[in-house]
Write a protein that binds this ligand. Sequence first.
Ligand code: BES
Ligand code: MN
Ligand code: ZN
Length: 497
Amino acid sequence: MAALSSLSFSKTLETDVPVLVVLVDPDNRAGPLGKGVLDRLVGGLDRAVAATGFSGKAGAFLDVLAPVGLDAGRLILAGAGPSAEFDDKAALRLGGQVYGKLKDLKIKAATVVLEGADGPLLPERGAEFLLGLSLRAYEFDKYKTKKKDDAAAPVAVTIVAEQAGKLKKAWAEVEPVADGVLLARDLVHEAPNALGPQEFAAEAEKLKKLGVDVEVLGEKDLRKIGMGALLAVAQGSARPPRLVVMRWNGGKDGDRPAVFIGKGLVFDSGGISIKPAGGMEDMKADMGGAAAVTGLFKALAGRKARVNAVGLLGIVENMPDGASYRPGDILTSLSGQTIEVVNTDAEGRLVLADVLAYAEDRFKPAFMIDLATLTGAIVVALGAQMAGLFASDDQLAADLVKAGEDTGERLWRMPMGPEYDKLIDSRFADMKNSGGRNAGSITAAQFLRRFVGDTPWAHLDIAGTAMSSPETDINRAWASGFGVRLLDRLVRNRFES
Ligand code: BES
Ligand code: MN
Ligand code: ZN
């Protein structure tokens, strides 16, 4: 993975910098340090502004080569937009835009004067800018054997800010979140031959060095516990399943934990109800929920979050085989409820059913949130712009929507109710694992609901937001890492403020 090659902080601006970036507003006003820079320019700037129509609006850039009067090879003015609109989200986007510009110009080292037109930025806002820089810098190039020409090499950035010390401290709180997002993206991109259940569990175990307690259950353990639904999905694969339990105890002793559950299909062929060939390779990403939960724990542990949290990953491969489960099979889940399999491609809900029941029984959670690339139908409904939110609890739903708006990882609450629930009643068992095409995301959520008791619960269907991501200011990769920033923010808002 390529990323920012280095990030350093300084209170003062060195002379003789190769590339200098200054933030300006639409009136071409810069903060005190930046103004000092602009004041040294001998003419030229007004003409450059006039010639290019540079406006200082958000996302606009003006690139001045060898500016006369300035000891710099290049001056880049970065439009930050009006000061009044320059909030945390604008800072995040601008960080991404600045990185994109540096990369387009094949710049390898730059000094960025980080302040608003009205003066020093709040350190937290500056840290959002740096988060934008590092998320945009990410690239998954592990399997590219041809060395990139060094023009495309990662960028080293020096940040100049009046409050460099405070900014550095604020970044120390946010950098672990960036690390978590990038880990989630890496896991989603990884090829399915290289990332089976065992390898995924080993990745989670690496979090032990951050102080996360990690327990890995294998097939025998799961059989003993009675996870009949999860095991049925796994039985067609040569690679046996794993259940990973991560624990971060940063809160008060005895406080009920927040529980996060991830669907971890390392590959979803559909099984006997096999998927069409076109695009099937994308199903390496059917562990996007588990990747996000893993990334979240990297973030929480990295910044020593003041919360008790449990992360559970149901890691399974869904394959067609002589030993596969089949349509018509009737499974007994951990909860004791029976399930008629009508489609082996509706496998994620089977895995989650057992993990949800296990989580509620073992951990008595404050709440449970599962993340899953669960249905194609949510992609049809919401595209890549929002994830589907289903919840049994209005407060939890509202808190999630708020965290979504805060971070830009947005959620749209979908309906649930008995009229949808009855669509998965089965003639032969307690329920069937698919209600058919209509309302496909909702009936999938109703299925999960049947395995949750009174614990406040929410389900995020991230099939549209985790993979095949559109180009944004903060991501140019295929996988977005969706959910890490969202849930980190939820934890902050609920437990730490
Ligand atoms: N993993 C898929 C859902 C999916 C589709 C994720 C596209 C990402 C992109 C899930 O296991 C699945 O196959 N769902 C079926 C359910 C159906 C058989 C009831 C679907 O959505 O078609
Ligand atoms: Mn499937
Ligand atoms: Zn799936």
